[in-house]
Structures are given as C-alpha cells and as structure tokens.
Design a protein around this ligand. Structure first.
Ligand SMILES: *Cc1c(COP(=O)(O)O)cnc(C)c1O
Length: 436
C-alpha cells in the first residue's frame, strides 16, 4: 500500500530549467555549475603528452599541467595501460579489505622516502587534514592535560606560515595563511598561529611547548612560487625537536618530482616527521598520501581516521605507474634541463619586453613575478596565452606560474615559449595602442 506524499520544496527554490538536448559548451557551465570557478573560454576534450585539443580541434601547448598535476603529461601509454589493466580487474573494495595496488604503491613510497608508513586519501586537502589531525592526536596521547578524560591537551597549537596554502577543508583553510579563503566560513577551528614565511625570529617566538606541529611548504606554490631558505627549514627542524612538535612538510605541489628530486625535502637537508603528497602523485587521477614514521603512525590506531576511497585500487595502480616514471633518473634529469631552458627563455623574453621583476622557482615549478607596471595583471597574460594556444597559470595576481609535465620535451618548451613571446608582444601592443 502506498500513501500519498506531497513533494515539499523550499519556498526560495527557483523554477529555472535547462535545455537537456543543447550541445555542451562553456555556456552550459553557467547554467548548471556552482559558480565557484571561472573556467577559460574553451573546453579541452583530448590530450596527449604536453598538447591538448579543444572541442573545435584547436591545439594548445600545456605549460599549466592541470595545476602541477599532469606530471607525466596527458594519456601516457604506460599510465593508460596501468589504468585499463586495473579497470578490468577490480575498482573498489573499501578499507574493510586491503588491495594489491595500494600495498605496492605504499611499499614503493616507503622505499623511496624517509617514511615507514603511508595513509592514502583522495586529495591534498585530505592529506593535510590527516597530517594535522595526526599531530593533534600524537600530542593528546603523549602530553595529556592532568586529569584529561576526553583527550584534552595543552599542546594543541599549530604554527603555519602567512601566504601558505594547504587546501579547502575548514581545518586546512584555517591553517592556510590566506585570510581571503576563510572569510565567511566562521567560526573557524582554533589553536592556529601564523608567522611570516622565512622569518626565523618570528618562528622562534611562535613555537613553544604548546606547539604540536609546524606545517610548511618547502616552496609556496599558490602563494607566489616562493622557496623557503635552507636556514629556515633547518630552524623549523630544530625548533620542532626542541619543543617535541612535529614538522609537517606540505609537498602537495612541490613533491612527486616537481623540483627535480622526488620530494623537495631531499634538496633542503631537513627531514620532516610527516609529509603530504597529492597533485602530481596521481598524474591526473585523484589521490593523496600522508607519509610518516612508524612511531608517529602508531597514534592513528584502528578507527581513529579514515576515508571510503583512500587507497582505491584504480588510483593506486595509476599512481604506481606515474611514480615509476617520475622517479626514473632520466625524468629527474629532464626536469633540471627543462628548468634551465625555461629560465633562459623567460629571461630572454624579459630582456625584450621588461615585463618581469623576477624569474624564480625550482625544477619545473617556475614563477615569473610581473614588473610594477603589470602588477595585478596576471589573468590578462593567461588570456593572451590562451589566444596563442598556450596554457599557463598564475599564483596570485602578480605571478605567472609554469608547472608543465616533468617529461615535456625540449621542442615543446621551445614552441610553447614562441607562443608565450607572441602573447606578451600582443599584450604590449594592445597596451600601447590604448595609451596612444
Ligand atoms: C593544491 C594544494 C593543496 C590542496 O590540494 P587539493 O588536492 O586541491 O585538496 C594543498 N597544499 C598545497 C601546497 C597545494 O598546492
């Protein structure tokens, strides 16, 4: 027997309808998507290596790498094979069971890094969320308040850097050092202190016995492609040791071969207690990982943390193939060679046009800060490049960012730079004609 049920709708709901049979286009985005993004004018439908093609067949050279994600370019045959092989075996079992690709990937990460233990999730924010929760848990277990019954501890403070970016969950935006990302989302988690990046004295003043963790990006990616100094990272390590706090490296952007080492900590002579990885690790398939030591990992006992898809066989099979390519000496050597090529060509373009204040970065995470005259105009450069068939990124309004495939060829960089040169020339010409 069925009972009548009236569908109750909120009084505020609109009755807007969409044309289900209209062709999918950029305009569709504005009709059906939440407007939190402002995607470019074209829709890519196909990619190979460092090239992409849009709906109309127009070709683009990819210097953006899907925001430092497509570490081995698009549709790499070995990665496509790993994905399709796994797709024909098993997709998902959840963490009530383990699976072979997850174990193989974890073993490979443990072999290649300082870590003894790995936790898998699906994004950078989730990897950081896990790292920050783990740091709080370690402090709660090791330094409970007198008489604590529910894990209370005085050692809960997290020290993070201004201008940093750690993801978009409520905890990770709060830890991130860019207030524009927390506005309107309060009340925010508490116990978080922010200090200026690369300022050792400020760090010394902020870290105390109440600190459970210091989280740092070895290179601030979203914050403008700014590297931490070795002295700074050494100071973080020493202060963490002195105050029994954990050192967390957010290598979501700097990791997975991006700087020319498998992880940036390997360049800077400071080993973290916890490292987070995502973006390039999956080469375009969503995956995140938190790496740590056996001793710290022990604090995440059964039931303490988890996620349904973490360690998904498809993601792990893809990531294992990606990691294999990334960690090959030829790939890391290519990162160094293409870095030099990028720097030489960007500096050459700057000699011609004088649009940059500074070209900086490591490996294939490169930032070109705009000169005073062009301050705040990053998006105009992105659009000018789009017109020339080139994809680039910005890191804040003043910095152009390049994060191409780690196996991009010399020819692709050369051709991409020709398009970049043309884009800059056109932007300058438009500017002078406006001024005239
Ligand atoms: C992109 C990024 C994140 C967030 O990763 P998501 O996969 O978008 O959640 C965190 N930290 C750093 C340094 C990043 O660059």
């Amino acid at each position: 027997m069925t009972t009548e049920c009236k569908l109750l709708t909120p009084t505020t709901q609109s009755t807007q309808s969409t044309q289900a049979d209209a062709p999918i286009s950029r305009a569709t985005f504005d009709q059906v998507m939440v407007p939190n993004y402002a995607p470019g004018a074209f829709i890519p439908v196909r990619g190979h290596g460092s090239r992409l093609w849009d709906q109309s067949g127009r070709e683009f050279i990819d210097f953006a790498g899907g925001i430092a994600v497509s570490a081995v370019g698009h549709t790499h045959p070995k990665v496509v094979k790993a994905l399709t092989d796994q797709a024909n075996k098993i997709w998902h079992v959840a963490n009530v069971l383990t699976n072979e690709p997850a174990l193989a990937l974890a073993r490979s990460l443990v072999e290649k890094t300082f870590a003894d233990r790995v936790f898998f999730c699906n994004s950078g924010a989730e990897a950081n969320e896990a790292a920050l929760k783990l740091a709080r848990k370690v402090a709660s277990d090791n330094y409970p308040s007198p008489g604590a019954e529910h894990g209370e501890t005085e050692k809960f403070e997290i020290v993070s850097c201004l201008n940093s970016f750690h993801g978009r969950t409520l905890f990770t935006v709060s830890v991130g050092g860019q207030p524009k990302y927390t506005q309107g989302f309060g009340p925010l988690p508490s116990g978080i202190k922010h200090v200026p990046y690369n300022d050792i004295e400020a760090l010394r003043a902020a870290v105390s016995d109440k600190t459970c963790a210091v989280i740092v990006e070895p290179i601030q990616g979203e914050g403008g492609v700014t590297a931490a100094t070795k002295e700074y990272l050494h100071a973080v390590r020493e202060l963490c040791d002195q105050h029994h706090a954990l050192m967390i490296f957010d290598e979501v952007q700097s990791g997975a071969g991006r700087t020319g080492s498998l992880y940036a900590y390997m360049n800077c002579c400071a080993v973290p207690d916890i490292l987070t990885s995502a973006k390039g690790l999956g080469g375009g398939f969503p995956i995140g990982a938190m790496l740590t030591t056996e001793k710290i990992a022990a604090h995440f006992g059964v039931g303490s943390h988890g996620t349904t898809y973490g360690g998904n066989p498809l993601a792990c099979a893809v990531s294992l193939a990606v990691l294999d390519i990334i960690s090959a000496p030829e790939t890391l050597a290519n990162v160094a060679a293409r870095h030099d090529q990028f720097f030489a060509m960007l500096n050459e373009i700057n000699r011609k046009y004088g649009v940059f204040k500074e070209v900086r970065g490591q490996g294939l995470l490169i930032g070109a800060e705009l000169a005073e005259k062009w301050a705040g105009r990053g998006k105009d450069f992105v659009k000018a490049c789009e017109k020339q068939g080139l994809m680039i990124l910005i890191a804040g309004p003043n910095v152009l960012r390049f994060a191409p495939s780690l196996i991009i060829t010399q020819e692709d960089v050369e051709q991409g730079m020709k398009r970049f040169d043309a884009a800059v020339a056109e932007l300058l010409a438009a500017e002078t004609s406006v001024a005239a």
